[in-house]
Design a protein around this ligand. Structure first.
Ligand code: GDP
Ligand code: FO1
Ligand code: CA
Length: 309
C-alpha cells in the first residue's frame, strides 16, 4: 500500500518515523509544510522539513522537537554579540551547516525538492521527503492587536503569546510535480497529528492540493493532535480558542470534514465520537500517543491492518 503523509514538524515527523518502521521505503512519501520557512542571516531555514529529516535520521533533539541533538551555538553567540537581526532564532552550529548547503544549492538553481532529496539521501533516509511546493508560501499571523507577523516572529520571537485574529498564506505557490505524483499514486492519504491550522492548512493553500485530495480515491485518514482535549506540544489549544473553533476533537473534525473520511482519536476521547459522526467522519479510537517510535509504529501498523480488513 502506497502511503502519502501530509506532515508539519513534530507531529508529522513522529508519524513519519512510525510509518518508516512498517512500510518499504518506496511505499512512503512524506509531504511537508513550507509555510514556516524563512531566511535568517541570508540563509534559507525550513523548520518542518528539517524536523522530519532530523527525526527520520535519528539526529533530532528530542526534548526540543527541533534542531540537532547535542548541537552547540557558537556561531549564534557571535551573531548575538554583533546584534545581528533576528538572532532570537536559535540556529545551532550543526544545523547552520545544513542551511548553508541548502541556500547555496538553491542559489545555484536547484529546486527545494531536489536539495531536500540530496539531504535525505546523505542522511540515509529511505522514504521520500518532499516539500509540498518548490515556491515560497509564507504563513503570516495577523494578531488581534493588529500586527502582521512572519510565522517565526510570532512563534519564536513572541513565543506564540499574541492572540491570533487570522492566518494568511502569502504567495501563489503551485504544487511540485513530485508532490502531485505522490498524491495521485497514494492508496492512503494520511494527515499526521500536526497542527491543522498551522501545518496542514498551508499545504491545502497550495494551488491544486485540495482539489487533488478531493478527487483521490485513496483512503483518507486524519489523526487528531489532541489527547484528552489537549495538544501534546505547541499553541494549538489557545489558537483554536482565538479562531473561535469548537474545543477538542469536535473542532478538529470541523477542520477535516469533507477532506478526510476517518478521524483517528485517542481512546480516552471516545466521548467525542458522536460529534465526529455527526460531521460524516468515521471515528477510529486507537492509541495516538506517538512520542516513542514503538508507539508510532504500532499506530501505523494498526491503521494499515484496519484498512486491509
Ligand atoms: P510543528 O510544525 O513542529 O508545530 O509540528 P506539527 O504541526 O507537525 O505537530 C504539532 C502537533 O503535534 C501538536 O498540536 C501536538 O499536539 C501534536 N503531537 C505531538 N506529539 C503527539 C503525539 O504523540 N500524539 C498526538 N496525537 N499528537 C502529537
Ligand atoms: N523554535 C523555538 O521555539 N525557538 C527557536 O529558537 C527555534 C529555532 C529553530 C531553528 C531551526 C529549526 O529548524 C527550528 C527552530 N525552531 C525553534 C522550531 C520552529 O520555530 C518551528 O517552526 C516550530 O516548531 C513550529 O513548527
Ligand atoms: Ca510547523
Amino acid at each position: 500500500m502506497k502511503v502519502c503523509l501530509l506532515a508539519g514538524g513534530v507531529g508529522g515527523a513522529r508519524m513519519a518515523q512510525g510509518l518508516a518502521q512498517v512500510l518499504a521505503p518506496r511505499h512512503l512519501t512524506v509531504l511537508v509544510n513550507v509555510g514556516d520557512d524563512e531566511d535568517f542571516h541570508g540563509l534559507r531555514v525550513c523548520p518542518d522539513i528539517d524536523t522530519v529529516l532530523y527525526t527520520l535520521s535519528g539526529q533530532i533533539n528530542r526534548e526540543q522537537g527541533w534542531g540537532v541533538a547535542g548541537d552547540t551555538q557558537k556561531a549564534l553567540s557571535v551573531l548575538k554579540r554583533l546584534e545581528a537581526a533576528d538572532s532570537w532564532m536559535s540556529l545551532g552550529d550543526t544545523d547552520l551547516g545544513l542551511h548553508l548547503y541548502r541556500t547555496q544549492q538553491l542559489l545555484a538553481g536547484s529546486s527545494l525538492s531536489t536539495v531536500t532529496d540530496r539531504i535525505r539521501r546523505s542522511f540515509g533516509i529511505g522514504a521520500a521527503v518532499l516539500p509540498i511546493t518548490d515556491e515560497p508560501l509564507a504563513t503570516r499571523i495577523v494578531t488581534q492587536d493588529g500586527q502582521t507577523l512572519r510565522f517565526q516572529q510570532w512563534f519564536v520571537r513572541e513565543r506564540a503569546r499574541l492572540k491570533v485574529a487570522r492566518i494568511d498564506f502569502a504567495g501563489r505557490a503551485a504544487l511540485s510535480e513530485a508532490a502531485e505524483r505522490a498524491i495521485k499514486q497514494a492508496d492512503l492519504l494520511l494527515f499526521a497529528p500536526s497542527n491543522p491550522w498551522l501545518s496542514i492548512a498551508p499545504m491545502l493553500a497550495v494551488q491544486g492540493v485540495a482539489a487533488l485530495i478531493e478527487q483521490s480515491h485513496a483512503d483518507k485518514i486524519a489523526i487528531s493532535p489532541l489527547i484528552g482535549g489537549k495538544a501534546i506540544k505547541g499553541p494549538l489549544n489557545p489558537l483554536m480558542q482565538d479562531l473561535h473553533c469548537r474545543a477538542g476533537n469536535a473542532g478538529i473534525a470541523d477542520f477535516y470534514a469533507g477532506l478526510a473520511d476517518i478521524l483517528v482519536i485517542d481512546p480516552i476521547d471516545q466521548a467525542d465520537c458522536a460529534h465526529i459522526e455527526a460531521l460524516g467522519l468515521d471515528p477510529w479510537p486507537l492509541p495516538t500517543r506517538i512520542g516513542e517510535v514503538q508507539q508510532s509504529a504500532q499506530l501505523a501498523q494498526s491503521l494499515l491492518e484496519r484498512l486491509e480488513r
